[in-house]
Write a new protein. Structure first.
Lengths: 125, 367
């Protein structure tokens, strides 16, 4: 369920690191808890994000949820397809439902995040 | 996730869990918010049929020779106009004109009325109606004697007809009959909270699961879906049906909420009438209007509304309208600014986002 090469937060985001860039999304567990996602609010390219601070929001039919940055850095790419097809977050949260790519300011931060097995047991089942 | 033991449950709690429902604390009740997903459930009701457990709703019975006098004094609508077997939407008001609740009045006979009231207001309503009783009527808190299932959608009649000999096709909207459903004694009312055709079935709690299973079975060929409170809310919002605690509450008077049509000023005295008389002569200062988002974003319950850059009101209910593929909502604005077509701004996370006021209801079924 949870890709081995991703790292996870307690707030249910994931990050996948490739070189100096981390791709960030929300987890399967998060989308399942939210239900049908109808709107995604993301920062612009060039925005600075701080680990642990909110940088956007995801809205389901019922509720608004903040998204917290798992890592600090600068937004270098935003998944523009989500504004037309927010349901991608439900259908493929760990793949085409990625939210933003962030150029890491401090790669050491990655080590503070959970491995897949730890996240799996954190959310249970 | 385990729920605190203090939550009240309906007789269908186990059935919901078996179906994999997501349960939430809804005003102290452990209720299903969704099964397969709010959007799918919403579309099932608009296109076919959905089944809701609304057993949390309250029931109050008024009996006796002077039952009609009490019911007619308690409610804003004219209960004397009702015939046996007819249902009427009405308001229950404080003396100051604000809502105690909105209710459905069913006339069984002129000495027997059955009121369906909101779950979170039921004890308050019961005490309030008792306090108004200067007649010989008896007021009974009957919620424990009833489970309530809502069968809603264009295929609701075909689904329910398989389980009852009551001639549903001949039953008009806002009428009811006491009959049986799959052998179980039941009150079948052609009412609902979805803007779609449908029925609300009241029966003893011990039969709730039998009814639930039988209706799901009967609706299978139509694609019936069990539906949660999530879809119930998106459906009622599209149809602009008021939700207590949102469009109406103790501070809101019927004329502000666009509910003039349930107030019959000429029927004689009723609770709140003097305050409404005064309000009518002074004129209302705020009105409930519908809006559609123009900018990106969803205006949600409680968000501030600005007009011409200044605070002007608040959103009572807002969210996606799955049938219309728009983001819609209802809000209070100054009465002088309440006409459709006005540009307003909803403050979403500190940012004003453009919306436009529109005529309501947002959705009206073809008849």
């Amino acid at each position: 369920m949870y890709p081995e090469n991703y790292r996870y937060t307690k707030e249910h985001e994931w990050v996948s690191v490739d070189g100096d860039t981390g791709t960030v999304g929300i987890t399967h567990h998060a989308q399942s808890e939210l239900g049908d996602i109808v709107y995604v609010d993301l920062p612009k390219v060039g925005a600075a994000v701080e680990k642990g601070a909110t940088f956007g929001s995801v809205e389901s039919v019922k509720a608004v949820s903040d998204i917290y940055a798992p890592i600090s850095g600068e937004v270098v790419e935003v998944n523009g397809a989500l504004s037309e097809k927010p349901e991608t977050l439900n259908e493929d949260p760990h793949g085409s439902g990625w939210l933003v790519k962030i150029r890491l300011r401090n790669p050491e931060e990655i080590k503070q995040l959970m491995a897949a097995a730890d996240y799996q047991s954190y959310v249970g089942s | 996730m385990s729920q605190p033991a203090t939550l009240k449950i309906t007789p269908l709690s186990a059935a919901h869990r078996r179906l994999g429902a997501k349960m939430v604390d809804f005003g102290g009740w452990d209720m299903p918010v969704q099964y397969s997903g709010i959007l799918e459930e919403h579309h099932a009701v608009r296109a076919a049929v959905g089944l809701f457990d609304v057993s949390h709703m309250g029931e109050i019975e008024v009996h006796g020779r002077e039952a009609q006098a009490l019911v007619n004094f308690a409610g804003t609508n004219d209960a004397c106009k009702l015939k046996d077997g007819q249902v009427q939407y009405s308001g229950l008001l404080y003396d100051h004109g604000g809502f105690v609740d909105d209710i459905l009045v069913h006339r069984i006979s002129d000495t027997s009325y059955f009121l369906c009231v909101n779950a979170s207001n039921q004890e308050k309503d019961f005490e309030y109606i008792r306090s108004l009783n200067r007649w010989t009527a008896t007021v009974e808190f009957a919620s424990e004697r009833y489970a309530q299932l809502a069968v809603q959608g264009p295929k609701a009649a075909a689904t329910l007809q398989k389980l009852t000999s009551a001639p549903l096709g001949a039953m008009k909207y806002y009428w009811f009959v006491d009959d049986t459903v799959c052998g179980v004694p039941a009150r079948i009312a052609r009412t609902g909270y979805t803007g779609e055709d449908g029925f609300e079935v009241y029966a003893a709690p011990e039969y709730a699961e039998k009814l639930w299973d039988a209706i799901l079975d009967a609706g299978q060929e139509s694609g019936i879906r069990p539906c949660g409170l999530g879809a119930r809310n998106t459906l009622r919002l599209e149809a602009k049906m008021a939700l207590y605690g949102h469009e109406i509450d103790a501070t809101i008077r019927p004329f502000e909420a666009g509910l003039d049509w349930i107030v019959k000023m000429d029927k004689g005295d009723f609770a709140g009438r003097a305050a409404l008389e005064k309000l009518r002569s002074e004129g209302v200062t705020r009105k409930l209007v519908g809006f559609e988002m123009r900018g990106r974003g969803i205006g949600r319950d409680g968000y501030e509304v600005h007009i011409d850059g200044a605070p002007a009101g608040w959103v009572t209910s807002g969210g996606p309208a799955p049938t219309l593929n728009k983001n819609i909502g209802l809000c209070y604005v100054p009465a002088a600014l309440a006409e459709p077509g006005r540009t307003i701004h909803i403050i979403i996370r500190g940012q004003p986002v453009e919306a436009v006021t529109v005529p309501t209801p947002f959705y009206k079924r073809a008849r």
